[in-house]
Design a protein around this ligand. Structure first.
Ligand code: ZN
Length: 365
């Protein structure tokens, strides 16, 4: 599955480096395949504008806190550029919060870029294109930002070089990406070409004459992501690489568990009517990797429905669901949110299951 929920027909085959923990596709894919994925209809972030706005505000808050913590009074950036600016919401927040006079957003999808132009204020200009092709006479930005972009690039070194090209030599590069040291659903996104560990990103940065000066996991609703601060300079890669065999093995087990989800979930619910809680990314994952679980569901449940139907099924509010005779639910929520969701519905006497947990239990001999 691609990040916007689209299903591609190529099988998912991943590998990991045991020395640095870098995760990658076993088969490299072409420039054409990348362009196809990010063509005009790539629409991540346009589906639920309310959730997208809340998420941007949270990214903005955590980026600002990280920069203030790392740079103190220097955390002031007259000129900001964001590669992969999406709707432009985050760039707008940061332009205000970090005191920028000029900001540039670069976005490869023409449809998303056109939407961004409508969202941003006078100080921000939006360019359609890829970071690697961005050109400006004297860029000299104080901050180059990218949020969940580098893992999509076919050539992360080339991407970091593009970041380096646009900043002043005293400038800062902030990169946020999924934390590849945490094994989870990130592995299922076909368009996540790389899974970065701190060690693997440090090596790639060094090859672009950059060094990671600080990094930190993001918190709360952004758990699972890591923020990096990079600057010009030579890295000390001394003892970065260590044995990553355990991480490699955990990734294999995670993906193998997902390959059992459809059979084990359908087996357990055989003949019963049920609903699916959640209409987000995790529902898309179930749809892509275990389509029968979604096809056989009666309806979706979510807190504040923004859509009348989803994958051809009605979407009902939790309140309405609880007013009806209770049917069991499959929780289409991230593994880290599962305990909270489980306890919440159990307290309402609702039988609720998580597909990954069912598949894992099935694997226990
Ligand atoms: Zn490696």
């Amino acid at each position: 599955m691609v990040s916007d929920g689209k299903v591609v027909s190529n099988p998912l085959e991943r590998s990991s480096c045991n020395n640095c923990g870098h995760g990658f596709h076993a088969k490299n894919f072409s420039e054409e395949q990348i362009k196809e994925i990010y063509s005009a209809d790539y629409s991540i972030g346009l589906r639920d504008p309310v959730a997208e706005a809340a998420r941007s505000a949270e990214y903005s808050r955590q980026i600002e806190a990280f920069l203030t913590h790392q740079l103190g009074n220097e955390a002031n950036f007259p000129k900001i550029i964001e590669f992969g600016c999406g709707s432009g919401t985050l760039l707008s927040h940061l332009t205000d919060r970090l005191g920028a006079q000029i900001a540039t957003g670069v976005e490869p999808s023409s449809r998303v870029a056109a939407n961004a132009r409508l969202n941003v204020g006078d100080r921000i200009s939006i360019h359609q294109g890829f970071a690697e092709q961005f050109e400006e006479t004297a860029p000299d930005y104080n901050l180059c930002l990218s949020v969940n972009v580098i893992e999509h690039t076919r050539n992360p070194r080339g991407f970091l070089q593009a970041c380096r090209r646009v900043i002043h030599k005293t400038g800062n590069i902030v990169v946020i990406c999924p934390d590849g040291e945490i094994v989870g659903s990130e592995l299922l996104f076909y368009d996540h070409i790389s899974n970065f560990t701190r060690a693997s990103l440090a090596m790639i940065a060094a090859s672009a004459n950059l060094r990671i000066v600080a990094n930190s996991p993001l918190m709360g609703g952004l758990q699972g992501f890591r923020i990096y601060l990079l600057r010009f300079g030579d890295a000390d890669l001394g003892n970065q690489a260590r044995g990553f065999e355990v991480l490699s093995q955990e990734r294999v087990e995670y993906v193998n568990t997902w390959s059992k989800v459809q059979d084990t979930t359908c087996g357990m619910l055989k003949g019963r009517k049920y609903g699916v809680f959640g209409t987000g990314e995790y529902s898309d994952l179930l749809h892509a990797y275990s389509p029968s679980v979604i096809e056989k569901a009666e309806f979706f449940v979510r807190d504040q429905p923004v859509e009348a139907d989803f994958y051809g099924k009605p979407v009902v509010s939790v309140k309405d669901f609880l007013s009806l005779p209770r049917l069991p639910l499959i929780a289409a929520v991230h593994e880290r949110s599962w305990p909270l969701v489980r306890d919440r519905f159990k307290s309402e006497d609702v039988q609720i299951f998580h597909s990954l947990e069912i598949a894992r239990q099935d694997l226990i001999p």
